[in-house]
Write a protein that binds this ligand. Structure first.
Ligand code: MN
Ligand code: MN
Length: 301
């Protein structure tokens, strides 16, 4: 029998992320701007002693993922929106990742329920030695039974210290050759489902809401170096939002520095991801640790 050992920080981060997710889920987001939502989530993480593992993502309607409030954010949530709130926090780099879909329009009820059901079926199937591709098969089968499509080019992932995507994919579609789930390894499982006339895959959007440091190499510009140093001090290589540095720099200057640092490959920028045919998308996500008999769900409350 393999010994289960999970660092305490994962347990604490999982509990906090689950609590924050449920507290946002309970309230109404209608009339709130995406900026207010992101600030609230990130503020709750900090108040509870953790740091965001990545910027709070609030992806609306046909935007599937990776949209966080931008510097010029103006969007206000409407009654008919379907919102994927994808959040995570960390202690000393031990991070968790969890998501919920929130909608107030009953038209989306079955899409939302099907997606949540596919996550729980996947978690039930996840244990030591199960091929990651089999998890994709389970997700795809649940989606099809409900009459929906999965988003084939978004997937769950292994998690390591300071690494949100640590190399191993947990696909959302049946994938033959694949790695087996291991004990004492942390994984995020995150099905994304869309409507039958959606394309079933995402393409990159135009927004650049999220950035991360990729190298510590110096530039020839002291101001850029000091910005990159500050990112290293506060984030290491974890993703960040430009919003978090808005107090230190005028907005236009911040934008210029980000563009320059991306151009010279000190930073990378993550675009938002949009359903290719405009299909509305739902997503649910938990962070788990497989055991020989099942899975420990770190982000369950
Ligand atoms: Mn996530
Ligand atoms: Mn994830």
């Amino acid at each position: 029998m393999s010994q289960i050992s999970i660092p305490e920080e994962y347990i604490k981060a999982g509990k906090i992320a689950g609590e924050v997710r449920e507290s946002i889920r309970k309230g109404s987001l209608v009339g709130m701007s995406l900026l207010e939502i992101c600030n609230e989530v990130e503020g709750m993480f900090r108040k509870k002693g953790s740091e965001p593992a990545f910027p709070c993502c609030s992806s609306v309607n046909n935007t599937a993922a990776h949209y966080s409030a931008i510097l010029d954010e103006e969007y206000v949530v409407k009654e008919d929106d379907i919102i994927k709130l994808d959040i995570g926090c960390h202690f000393n780099g031990y991070l968790v990742d969890t998501a919920v879909t929130i909608s107030y329009n009953s038209e989306f009820d079955s899409l939302v329920q099907a997606t949540e059901a596919s996550l729980y079926a996947a978690i039930k199937a996840a244990k030591e030695g199960v091929p990651a591709g089999y998890i994709g098969k389970v997700i795809e089968e649940v989606a099809e039974n409900w009459g929906f499509k999965t988003i084939s080019n978004l997937s769950g992932h292994s998690i390591e210290r300071y690494k949100v995507h640590a190399g191993i994919s947990i696909p959302n579609v049946w994938t033959p050759a694949n790695q087996m789930l291991k004990v004492n390894t942390v994984y995020a499982i995150e099905p994304f489902l869309t409507v039958p006339n959606g394309a079933g895959y995402v393409v990159e959007g135009k927004a650049k809401p999220i950035y991360a440091l990729v190298t510590r190499k110096k530039t020839s510009d002291k101001r850029l170096d000091s910005f990159a140093d500050m990112i290293w001090e506060t984030r290491r290589t974890l993703p960040f939002s430009p919003r978090w540095y808005r107090d230190q720099y005028p907005k236009e200057e911040l934008k210029k520095m980000l563009d320059r640092l991306v151009k010279i490959k000190v930073l990378r920028s993550y675009p938002d991801l949009i359903e290719a045919r405009g299909g509305y998308v739902a997503q649910f996500e938990h962070t788990i640790v497989p055991t020989p008999t099942g899975a420990i769900v770190l982000t369950q409350v």
